[in-house]
Write a protein that binds this ligand. Structure first.
Ligand code: TMP
Length: 209
C-alpha cells in the first residue's frame, strides 16, 4: 500500500507543531505507523541547513540563498525520510513543506513565482502532500503567541508587513487548491482546532479505504 503524506502549514504562532504531535499520537492510537517530521529539518544535514537559515547571524543572507537553502534541506528530507516512509506504506506528517516556500519566499520575499515553481519541481520531483491542513491565525495574535514562548529566529523577527504577506499567500494558495488544502481558523481553543483537524484527516483516510 502507498503511504499517506500529510502536511501542516501556516504562519508563526498557529501551534502547528503541537497539532502535528496530537495528530500523530491519535493516528498511532488508531493502529497506523506514523512518522512525524518538520521542515526545515528531519535529517542531520537538513538540521544544519536550518541552523544556517534561522540563525540571527545570517541577517545578511540573500533572498535567493534563502530560497535555495530551503529547497536543499527539502531534497535531503524527501530522500532520507519522506519517500522511504511512503514506500513502506506509512503516514508521514510534516510540519511545513513546499507551500511554506511559496508563502514565505514567494509572497513574503517577492521572489518570482516561476523561479519558485521551477526549483520546487527540481527539489521535490513534484511530490505533493495528499492532504494539507492550513492553520490560520491573524498575524498579531500569531506573533504575540510566539513572543510569549520566547521564540525568536531570523524570519520571526521580520516586520508585520512581511507576515501579512505570508498569511495572504497561504490563504491564496489554499483557495487555488481546495481539494488538497483545508483551512482551519486557530483563534479557538487547541481542543476545538484539534477536533476539526481530526475530523478532516479521518474523513480523508476513510475515503482511501
Ligand atoms: P518553524 O519555526 O515552523 O520551524 O519554521 C522555521 C521558519 O522557516 C519559519 O519562520 C518559516 C520559515 N520557512 C520558510 O521561510 N520557507 C520554507 O520553505 C520553510 C519550510 C520554512
Amino acid at each position: 500500500m502507498k503511504g499517506v503524506f500529510i502536511s501542516l502549514e501556516g504562519m508563526e504562532g498557529t501551534g502547528k507543531s503541537t497539532h502535528a504531535g496530537l495528530l500523530a499520537e491519535f493516528l498511532r492510537g488508531q493502529g497506523h505507523i506514523v512518522i512525524q517530521t518538520a521542515e526545515p529539518g528531519g535529517t542531520p544535514i537538513s538540521l544544519k541547513i536550518r541552523e544556517l537559515l534561522l540563525s540571527l547571524d545570517s541577517r545578511d543572507m540573500d533572498h535567493m540563498t534563502e530560497l535555495l537553502l530551503y529547497n536543499a534541506a527539502r531534497v535531503q528530507h524527501i530522500n532520507e525520510v519522506i519517500t522511504p516512509a511512503l514506500r513502506r506504506g506509512e503516514i508521514v506528517i510534516t510540519d511545513r513543506f513546499s507551500d511554506s516556500t511559496l508563502a514565505y519566499q514567494g509572497y513574503g520575499r517577492g521572489i518570482d513565482r516561476q523561479v519558485i515553481a521551477t526549483l520546487d519541481a527540481a527539489a521535490t520531483g513534484s511530490l505533493r502532500p495528499d492532504l494539507t491542513i492550513l492553520l490560520d491565525i491573524d498575524v498579531e495574535t500569531g506573533l504575540r503567541r510566539n513572543k510569549a514562548i520566547n521564540k525568536k529566529d531570523r524570519l520571526e523577527l521580520e516586520d508585520i508587513t512581511f507576515h501579512e504577506k505570508v498569511r495572504k499567500g497561504f490563504l491564496e494558495i489554499a483557495n487555488q487548491e481546495p481539494g488538497r488544502i483545508r483551512t482551519i481558523s486557530c483563534s479557538d481553543s487547541i481542543e476545538s482546532v484539534f477536533q476539526k483537524t481530526k475530523d478532516i484527516v479521518v474523513a480523508f483516510l476513510d475515503r482511501l479505504k
